[in-house]
Structure formats: structure tokens, C-alpha cells
Design a protein around this ligand. Structure first.
Ligand code: 6PG
Length: 471
């Protein structure tokens, strides 16, 4: 192979193939690599012009055909595979080469790999890539962190392939070390939260308003034309219109109600717990996928308990109420994820710019939404805003929708319709906006049974009481 290529990509699954074709479409020459000869062949055929996009099975031939410094991106499953690919590439790399992990790697793995590769003179960084297969092909949102010098070398390529929002590329250098993977992890946590909300809304509209799939299609479509405009609402509208090609029914009604997960939502929740930052709208989304997986137990339990008969609500009123509760919960879910990012930034030294993150989420990624333009402005106006709920520009949006969330959550509780994402968002809001919470009692109990001490409202210091049992 005489020709040298601008960009290399390891892992020619759907995401990898689409990403490399996107690179080639944007005027760069690109070379793919995969151990599977069929995937290599598929890319060569789809690329159509081997001067522009080509692929090889052998790692040595791959490395040899890349221009210096090599710019190689891995799009392989997170975990051990990433380490295996790194080891297979290493003997063929030179100092100054750039290696990018575009998968959903756990952030501490990225830190470990960056330190390991830095010793060998390789610029390594993690870059979250969001947007699924279509995004990879037509323009994803890209979240790079780590080696700044490494990023500078691929910046023109990433800016060309990324989705554009009003002409601005949805990619930006986010911070040192694993900042890119961390931001992508929280993106996915928010994604879990928003997907959970979307499913609850579907449930209540169906059960309390008896909306048909066609009506659901139109309702989501209408919402997507308004303030709830987002990728997830848009695809949900389309999902309700899809017919089953294995039968006559609507496809949605034939799909098993057990949601799978690959772990990024769970990692977001786990890490939020480690940081001490509450993200209950994300936590419950993970728990609901877990509950959904317990189908057999759910089926038995269903037969053991009576459920309330579901009261029917006027369709128009229900749609209006649901839209407001949905909007409220969308805001609160983003608020929690961004709060986590702000705290993680301090804890891990990422120096994140939250406005910049919201900006690159405005197009290309799974959680893209109209709301992100407002969120960007809120964090541009106050770069150290701890929580979106404290932004003056969000008060009227939240104030105008919270009472609908209260009404819907109460309705769900009375009628046995689980709305945990909306209700956790509401509870979070009610707690976060309370000057006084009853946790003074918890402090008293801790001190009572374990002499754990407490602080007082009226004076500084740490106190302990010899509590007297009075029977
Ligand atoms: C994206 C998605 C992508 C992937 C999810 C799915 O931004 O393009 O988040 O990364 O589809 O990780 O995650 P689960 O399988 O855990 O639902």
C-alpha cells in the first residue's frame, strides 16, 4: 500500500464503519482495521474508492499505511478488548502518535491507559461519541478529553465529522485525563433518565387516557414541535407508527417489556453516590430497568395483589398535564446530571465548562433537545452555577410546570400507575428547594444510638447529648 492515510480506525462494527465513512466524506483519507475479514471487505465495498477509504486485517500493514503522526481511533467494546487492541497496536506505533478510545470506557480505565501510554510517548485520549449508528455516519456529538496536544492533531477531522448546530461543530476539548469519557458517562445517565420519563408518559397516556398508538404517535409528534423538541421524543413518535413486519399488529405492542443495559447509567449512579451528589431521576431509571428484567416475578406478584381501578381522564386534559410534567422532569433530570458534572470537575480536576458541554449536546447526540440551547445560555450567564434550578432563567419554566407534575404523580399513586422518574424528579425538586428538611431527626438518632454527634442551628461546634431513655 503506497498511499498513506490521514486517519485510522480500529473496529469496523456498525459504529466504526459509519464513522470512517463520515471521515472520508469530509475529505480525509481513512483506513480501517478489523480482525474480521468480512468487516474489512464490507467497508472496502461500501467505501467504493480505496484511495479514499480502505481497510486491512493486519495490524502492521494498517500502522504502516498511516501518515505521521498516526491518528488512530478505536471503536471497540469497552473493557478488556480496549487493552487487547492497545497491546496489539503498540509494537507498530511511534512516539508522538495519537490513539483515541471512542467507546464508552469507564473513566478510571481511561486514566490508567493514558498514564501507561504517556510513558511510551503515545498521546492517548478518550472521546465519547454519541448519536448511535446514524450519528456516526451523518454527524455525532463528540466529547474528547485527555491529551490536549493529541486532540489538537485530530481537531480538524473531528470538527469536520461532528454534527453541526447552527454551523457550530458539536465537539470541543473538554478537559484533561478522562474528562471525555466521564462526560459521556453522565450523558448516558441523563439518557437513561429521559428514556424512563418517556416510557412513563406513554404508560399514563395509554392507561388513563386510552390513547391508541396512532394518537400516541401524534401526541409525541406535536410535543416534538414544541418546547419538548428532542431526539428521544422524535423517535418515540416514530416508534408508535411502526407496523410489525412479522404480523399485523403495531410493533411496539409486540416488544418484550424487559429493558437491557450495558452499564453506563449504572456507573453514573454509582459515581454520583461516591461524589455525594444526588441524581435520583437517573438512579430510578437504572432501577426500573432492573425491575423490568424481573418479568417472571412481576407476573406472579401481579396475580397476588389487587390494583386500583384506573380512573379515566379527559384526553385533552391528560395530554396537557402530561406535557407539563414531562417538561418539568426533563429539566430536573438535566439539572441533576449537570450538577454531577460540576462536582466531578472539582473532584477529578477536569476543569469542565458546563456551557460548552451543553453546547456540544445541542445536536448529534441522543439527549439533544431544544432545552439545551436554554441550558447553554444559563451556564454562559453564570459559569459557576451549581445547579440549573438556581438559574434565574429557569425559575419560570419550572414554576409553570411543577404543579402539573404534582397532579400527575398524585394521580399515578392513587391509580397504581408507577411514575417513578417523574415522582423522583418532583421529590428531588421539593427537597432541593427546602430550606429546612427533617434530617435534624436523623442526626439526633445517630447521636442517640451511636454518639455520632450533631451540629446546632444556634451555635458553632460539634455536640453530643447523653440522651435519656424515658419509658
Ligand atoms: C449514544 C448512546 C450509546 C449507546 C448506549 C446504550 O450516546 O450514542 O448512549 O452510547 O446506545 O450506551 O446504552 P444501554 O445499552 O446501556 O442502554
Amino acid at each position: 500500500m503506497e498511499h498513506t492515510y490521514d486517519f485510522g480506525l480500529v473496529g469496523l462494527g456498525v459504529m466504526g464503519r459509519n464513522f470512517i465513512l463520515n471521515v472520508a466524506d469530509n475529505g480525509f483519507t481513512a483506513l480501517g482495521n478489523d480482525l474480521d475479514p468480512q468487516k474489512v471487505q464490507a467497508l472496502i465495498e461500501e467505501g467504493g474508492n480505496t484511495e479514499r477509504v480502505n481497510a486491512v486485517v493486519e495490524v502492521s500493514a494498517f500502522a504502516k499505511a498511516l501518515s505521521s503522526p498516526r491518528k488512530i481511533m478505536m471503536l471497540v467494546p469497552a473493557g478488556k478488548v480496549v487493552d487487547i487492541v492497545i497491546e496489539s497496536l503498540l509494537p507498530h506505533l511511534d512516539k508522538g502518535d495519537i490513539l483515541i478510545d471512542g467507546g464508552n470506557s469507564f473513566f478510571t480505565d481511561t486514566d490508567r491507559r493514558e498514564a501507561y501510554l504517556a510513558e511510551k510517548g503515545i498521546h492517548f485520549f478518550g472521546a465519547g461519541v454519541s448519536g448511535g449508528a446514524e450519528g456516526a455516519r451523518k454527524g455525532p456529538s463528540i466529547m474528547p478529553g485527555g491529551s490536549k496536544a493529541g486532540y489538537a492533531a485530530v481537531q480538524p477531522i473531528f470538527e469536520a465529522v461532528a454534527a453541526k448546530f447552527e454551523g457550530e461543530p458539536c465537539v470541543a476539548y473538554l478537559g484533561p485525563k478522562s474528562a471525555g469519557n466521564y462526560v459521556k458517562m453522565v450523558h448516558n445517565g441523563i439518557e437513561y433518565g429521559l428514556m424512563q420519563l418517556t416510557s412513563e408518559v406513554y404508560d399514563v397516556l395509554k392507561k388513563a387516557g386510552n390513547l391508541s398508538n396512532n394518537e400516541l404517535h401524534h401526541t409525541y409528534k406535536q410535543w416534538n414541535a414544541g418546547r419538548l423538541q428532542s431526539f428521544l421524543v422524535e423517535i418515540t413518535s416514530e416508534i408508535f407508527a411502526e407496523k410489525d413486519n412479522l404480523g399485523n399488529a403495531d410493533l411496539i405492542d409486540q416488544i418484550q417489556d424487559k429493558a437491557k443495559q450495558k452499564g453506563t447509567g449504572k456507573w453514573t449512579s454509582q459515581n454520583a453516590m461516591d461524589l455525594g451528589i444526588p441524581v435520583p431521576s437517573i438512579d430510578i431509571a437504572v432501577s426500573m430497568r432492573e425491575i423490568s428484567a424481573l418479568k417472571d416475578e412481576r407476573t406472579i406478584a401481579d396475580s397476588l395483589y389487587d390494583r386500583p381501578e384506573i380512573a379515566q381522564m379527559d384526553k385533552e386534559k391528560l395530554i396537557d398535564l402530561t406535557e407539563k410534567a414531562f417538561y418539568f422532569s426533563y429539566i430536573v433530570t438535566y439539572a441533576q446530571g449537570l450538577h454531577q458534572l460540576a462536582d466531578a470537575s472539582r473532584e477529578y480536576g477536569y476543569n469542565l465548562n458546563i456551557a460548552e458541554i451543553a453546547k456540544i449536546w445541542r445536536a448529534g447526540c441522543i439527549i439533544r433537545a431544544k432545552l439545551l440551547a436554554d441550558i447553554t445560555k444559563a451556564f454562559e450567564a453564570d459559569t459557576v452555577l451549581p445547579n440549573l434550578l438556581l438559574s434565574p432563567s429557569f425559575i419560570s419554566k419550572v414554576q409553570g410546570s411543577v404543579s402539573a407534575a404534582r397532579e400527575l404523580v398524585a394521580f399515578g399513586a392513587l391509580n397504581g400507575i408507577p411514575l417513578p422518574g417523574i415522582s423522583n424528579s418532583l421529590t428531588y425538586f421539593d427537597a432541593y428547594t427546602s430550606t429546612r428538611l427533617p434530617l435534624n431527626l436523623i442526626q439526633a438518632q445517630r447521636d442517640y444510638f451511636g454518639s455520632h454527634t450533631y451540629e446546632r442551628l444556634d451555635r458553632e461546634g460539634v455536640f453530643h447529648t447523653e440522651w435519656k431513655l424515658k419509658n
